[in-house]
Design a protein around this ligand. Sequence first.
Ligand SMILES: Cc1cc2nc3c(=O)[nH]c(=O)nc-3n(C[C@H](O)[C@H](O)[C@H](O)COP(=O)(O)OP(=O)(O)OC[C@H]3O[C@@H](n4cnc5c(N)ncnc54)[C@H](O)[C@@H]3O)c2cc1C
Length: 473
Amino acid sequence: MKRYDVAIIGGGIGGLMTAYRLISKNPAKKIIIIEKGNALNNRKCPASSKQGCIHCKMCSITSGYAGAGAFSDGKFNLGTAYGGKLGEELGEDVANEYIGYVDEILYSCSDVITDEFGNETRDYPAIYESNQELKLKCLQNNLRLLDMNVRHLGTDRNMRIMGNLIHFLAVNGVELTTGCEVESVEKIYGNGGNYLIHINDISYGDYVVETDYVVVATGRGGSKFVSSLCKDFDVDVLSNTVDIGVRVEMKDAIWRGFSDHIYEPKVLYKTKTFEDRTRMFCFNKGGLVSAENNNGVITANGHSFSDDVKRTENCNFAILSSINFTAPFDKPTEYVESISRLANEIGCGNVLVQRFGDLIRGRRTNEHRLSQNTVFPTLKATPGDISLVLPHRILTNIIETIYALDKVAPGTANDDTLLYGCEAKYYSIKPCHDEYFRITDGIYLIGDGSGITRGLSQAGAMGIYVADHILSL
Ligand SMILES: Cc1cc2nc3c(=O)[nH]c(=O)nc-3n(C[C@H](O)[C@H](O)[C@H](O)COP(=O)(O)OP(=O)(O)OC[C@H]3O[C@@H](n4cnc5c(N)ncnc54)[C@H](O)[C@@H]3O)c2cc1C
């Protein structure tokens, strides 16, 4: 049986950053990354604007090396204002310090290019900085612009950097498996490692490895695995916030007043009718709407390329309404999944798309109306009626938010604006942990699967933080 110092479950940014830190600081460490998906360059999503999601058994958008972030827009938030609660967990200063390390590692993995004068430089973009004028404009309209420095790598550059990072790990002796799903972790006593990891390899069947430390970095898609791990090790779990709503798509020009000055307009709103909190976020300039398969539930998302040639004439963003359930209900994720599943049901296995004008007039969007729309959909979704899916309260919140946003970006509430339903974001369940994110002695839980992060930089920062702790033992 093979034995390792550290076994990392999941090859997303959290797992990769953990491995990078460990092997850079101590090249003698024996490290394995156990990943159920494919190698980065074998990850291919067959969905396109002509053909929707075909429900692959292993979703290439969310699984495989570079994790859920592989096809993302590569927006690295250089701060803690959003993208997770790492600031609350570690304190702002420490969280920011670790986010800075993520940025340094990404820089070191960026391509070296030669400029027109023959000087070598890095293919690493500048930061989009915050903008006070836009903040004021939003405040004057009851909207709160959340401003933070952002580094936008873009899907293509992000892919290259992730590829270089993975290559670095491979040449430095980190064992990288593919098609290997961890089924369970078992505590052992006596000689050797502390834990046995039970793995199902799609090509070679079941096998077991032994390790001293386990870093669980299974992302949102690994929620079932984390639940059963918590059960096995008797770890208490807390309920968490869920957000549900739609992906909104319109002509890019409508939001240029913002997107030409800050990278990502991220806006909070308190709705008039219910005084609920909604947020507009995950903005993609010149982007594409995409479908995401989480455990068989298809939801909307979005991304954009840094290469101008690949940009579309649309922009897209999410508008989600936050829900905090209280006792006795303790299944917020299941709630959101059941709404999204209903949208898939009506959409015949796909997300729904509806014109804002049709939603307001209480009618479904059909192929005919969609074909005459001035905003051309960038995702092949099923034209339909999202009011048959979203609960009244959430739908009211979304409509009010669209009208509120229309005041700072006129045209947002145009009839031809497209709404894709559903989009959902949820922190995973939040298992109890100590100050080093250990859920039990020797097992660490990091990234989106911990219920603490929901963005690339914080998930990566958490991995580096845990690596530093393991190195200190
Ligand atoms: C389309 C899209 C766009 C996004 N855009 C952005 C963005 O621009 N900026 C941003 O900050 N965030 C973005 N996000 C969110 C970001 O991708 C996540 O926050 C981040 O990937 C979380 O990293 P992670 O390492 O915790 O988990 P993940 O990236 O989800 O990685 C987890 C990995 O674990 C593997 N795994 C799960 N269970 C097992 C198991 N039992 N055995 C073995 N392997 C397992 C999975 O296959 C996966 O590869 C986006 C997400 C999506 C889907």
